[in-house]
Design a protein around this ligand. Structure first.
Ligand code: GTP
Ligand code: MG
Length: 350
């Protein structure tokens, strides 16, 4: 509320002065100077601008700017303005706010800007750990596979040596999970602006389980790398599992693992053994539920979480709830803000 005390100074009739200022703020751009100019031009000679007017204008403008910003944020992550808002959207807050630091609005905006505007470059694929760049760079280039899973390959397949820039120590983030869990989709989702309906397909996605067959690396704005992996379980093979496990064991650049679980399938034995592996290897990891749009009974889903024991893990993984596909029931892609922030945090960029 505007403090009316300020209006008693300045030598004009109170109500008029306040109305004038409010009116100008509502109809002009929000910059203070604009408002001041307008007040000057619209007021009669008796209106003397003084420090108190300045305060009023500042307050009104701040209020307007805040309202506009909230409106924008709500549009980003889905909010009361949306006609349909799935009930699970609040899970991200209720499961994480108590335990983990939350981003400020400025941080959130900065991170979103980064993901929305950064160049995404496909760099390498491996089907054999011995040639993961940086570990044994240039030593066994024959094993570099043609990347069948990615578009826009930037690797010159004719080159015999790894390009030097691939060996630098950018932090890496890996997505793990069963085949068809949505690993490639989430990677694409992360680098696609929220307002775009169609997600950019840097990593190929498919309905067919077992589609991604190699570890595929994407450089995001030269700040970090996202690694897509072949899924375990249906449609996978032992070699793919060995590559992924070796990567997890040996890769120095790896900062955090994100274990993706299809919300509609719950947590399987294979997922639990992956969690066990990560704990034994000492790899920090978080759990990301994908395909939340497929959840029809939220309380049943939450019961599943409780029974699985993932909340009792000593490593206290974050639980992040997402959907990468929009539909009538779920008109927005949700959860990416949380995931983006967590990735920034893991890479020491916050
Ligand atoms: N409804 C819904 N479908 C999704 C979501 N995320 C991914 N999908 C679909 O699930 C299928 C598998 O997605 P991918 O991203 O290829 O899964 P993946 O984990 O990379 O699978 P593999 O490469 O086989 O290991 C695709 O048809 C996606 O469109 C989601 O949040 N909601
Ligand atoms: Mg895939």
């Amino acid at each position: 509320m505007i403090n009316r005390k300020y209006l008693t100074t300045g030598g004009i009739i109170l109500g008029k002065r306040l109305d004038l200022i409010k009116n100008i703020i509502n109809t002009t751009k929000f910059e203070k100077d604009n408002v001041l100019k307008e007040v000057e031009s619209q007021s009669n000679r008796n209106l003397i601008l003084n420090e108190d007017d300045d305060k009023i204008i500042k307050k009104c403008v701040a209020k307007k700017v805040k309202a506009k910003r909230n409106d924008r944020l709500e549009k980003i992550e889905g909010g009361p303005n949306l006609k349909v808002r799935p009930e699970w959207v609040n899970l991200n807050e209720s499961y994480n706010n108590k335990f983990y630091k939350q981003p400020t609005i400025q941080e959130k905006n900065r991170i979103n800007r980064f993901f929305n505007s950064s160049e995404v470059a496909y760099e390498w694929s491996v089907g054999d750990f011995s040639i993961i760049p940086g570990e044994t760079a240039c030593s066994s280039e024959n094993s570099v596979q043609n990347n069948n899973d990615c578009k826009n390959s930037k690797i010159d397949q004719g080159k015999r040596k790894m390009p030097f820039q691939l060996i630098n120590g950018l932090p890496e983030i890996v997505f793990l999970g069963r085949s068809n869990a949505g690993k490639s989709s989430i990677l694409n989702n992360l680098v696609t602006e929220f307002k775009r309906n169609k997600i950019i397909e840097v990593a190929k996605m498919s309905k067919r389980a077992g589609f991604t067959r190699t570890l595929n690396c994407f450089n995001i704005g030269n700040k970090f790398r996202l690694i897509d992996t072949p899924g375990y379980g249906y449609g996978s093979n032992i070699e793919q599992g060995t590559v992924a496990m070796e990567y997890l064991e040996k890769r120095k650049e790896l900062r955090r693992c994100y274990l993706l679980l299809s919300a509609n399938h719950g947590i399987t034995e294979l997922d639990l053994s992956m969690i066990e592996n990560l704990i034994v290897l000492g790899r920090p990891f978080e759990i990301v539920f994908t395909k939340m749009d497929k959840i029809k009974d939220l309380s049943q889903f939450e019961d599943m979480i409780v029974q699985s024991g993932i909340q009792d893990l000593s490593t206290l993984p974050k639980l992040i709830f997402t959907n990468s596909v929009s539909s009538k029931r779920c008109p927005k892609r949700y959860g990416m803000d949380y995931l983006r922030y967590s990735i920034f945090e893991s890479c020491g960029l916050v």
